[in-house]
Design a protein around this ligand. Structure first.
Ligand SMILES: [Zn+2]
Length: 145
């Protein structure tokens, strides 16, 4: 399977796990170093520039501003089901934006929690399908002090 084929498969997983319509398109994927990832997290208000907490340390992030899914440059979606699950998670955010199911530019705790619940649920179900015994519990920046 080529990387593109894998990405379309992951989009298929994201839609079947959430019920969104298959979009027949995938967002642009960009592999970036950790520092860039962190800047994007700050830009998308997921963490602050003074924040040393772990949510700044992510493997993937969807930036609705330009519709790009950024992946850690060390991601190996061909061989790592875990890395693929991060893509499924971000694809769910892409679908949320595309179908406007959640207010994607809203940063209130409850709206963010809804978005993340849906993405984590799909990611966890994908991991189960892949036979990986790892479950992500959604955490919201607004709940952590
Ligand atoms: Zn998320």
């Amino acid at each position: 399977m080529t990387t593109t084929e894998i990405l379309f498969e992951l989009m298929r997983a994201a839609t079947s796990l959430t019920g969104y319509e298959y979009p027949y398109s995938i967002p642009e994927i960009d592999y970036v170093p950790y520092e860039t990832m962190r800047d994007i997290m700050i830009l998308s208000k997921i963490c602050s520039s003074t924040d040393k907490r772990y949510e700044c340390n992510v493997k993937a992030v969807y930036l609705n501003l330009n519709g790009v899914v950024y992946l850690d440059e060390h991601s190996d979606i061909k061989n790592s089901p875990l890395d693929r699950s991060f893509v499924v998670h971000e694809f769910v955010h892409y679908l949320q934006a595309k179908y406007n199911s959640y207010e994607i530019e809203t940063y209130t705790c409850s709206v963010r929690a809804g978005r993340e619940d849906e993405a984590f649920k799909a990611q966890n179900e994908y991991l189960v399908e892949e036979g990986i015994d790892k479950v992500y519990v959604p955490v919201y920046p607004c709940q952590k002090k």
